[in-house]
Design a protein around this ligand. Sequence first.
Ligand code: AMP
Ligand code: GLY
Length: 414
Amino acid sequence: MKILLVGSGGREHALGLGLHADPECTELHVAPGNPGIAAFAQCHPLDITDNESIVNLAQKLDVDLVVIGPEIPLVNGVADLLRAAGISVFGPSKAAAQLEGSKNFAKEVMADAGVPTARSFTCTTQEEIEKALDAFNAPYVVKDDGLAAGKGVVVTRNRDEALAHALNCKRVVIEEYLDGPEVSLFGISDGKTIIPMQPAQDFKRAFDNDSGPNTGGMGAYSPLPWAPSDIIEDTYTKVLAPMIAEMAARGTPFVGLLYAGLALTNHGTRVIEFNARFGDPETQVLIPLLKTPLASLLYKAATRNLEGVTLQWRDESAVTVVLAADGYPASPKTGGTINGIPAIESVSIFHAGTEQKDNELVSAGGRVLTVTGTGIDLTEARDRAYRAISQISLAGSFYRSDIALNASVAEKGN
Ligand code: AMP
Ligand code: GLY
């Protein structure tokens, strides 16, 4: 099977390795890819916002499957164009990708499907906004309705700040604050069957102890030793299966990766948000733990053939830590030389924002590398990830020192 994977981050590096490891994958192309991916796949320059060039490349390479990594091409409708050209694709249609593209749409589908989420109001005028803020009180949760590259959500106790953000959005969803640990749980869907993956936890704030600004994600780990033992079944029954059924009933089946961002509250599981693609950096811990061959799995989803499939996992833990550039997330510095990338057993170093310049590897984005350690438990996985990341040098770069720390302490108490 010939596969084209679209994207260039740490998520695509991990997905690419997973696809490449499946003997069914005879040829792997990645567009645009990155220097880490170029070590095992053929990379092609590409503007991921240009639907036509994605379709042209897939046709020219005559691939059997296209896997779309990031949300932008999905929300732009590239999956529809690929399917119209007769190419199988792992990734939702434009209509189904609205689960990520519009917070208001996601709320409507959840309401129709009976999926538990925060109570919310969708507002367009200042009057509606003020009324909604006063209906909930602090902490205020204010979400831009549309895609905002991680900058759309403001959670604050300051009403003026909440109001200012809301007024900056064309349409805004204001919702109840959900208190409780957050979990990312992904389902692989063929439009009618959805297969849950094991849960992961992502660290969104830039600095230790969840301080500093929101980011795309500074680290992740899986599995979650502290989570309720029925979390996968519970999320499947209450969230994933009803969402897939509702999308199919609307005539817009969801084919691809449905990412449920959950809060485990005292009143039960609530959906914080959906994404329409693999999460980054959760993918960098899930793929190294997944035993089921990835290329065949995603092909079955793309061709509506998932019924009866179950996933196999390694009996191990994984921890990933992001090396971020100086100034990330506000204004990351790029172009710094990266040195000292180690080769350590049970450690994978995924490239996220790197570039090959002459004979040097330089930084080219806010999140530069994602370093994953695996081991018999979180403690061993963490030790390996931190031992590796501490050897890498890039001027001004930083990483969190507390990824999976509490969970690894809790694990020892078990
Ligand atoms: P998002 O950009 O949608 O991933 O949201 C960013 C972060 O905002 C989430 O990971 C949560 O930590 C937080 N958040 C979003 N909605 C809520 C909510 N209703 N209650 C509490 N925190 C929230
Ligand atoms: N890890 C958060 C995201 O992928 O959106």
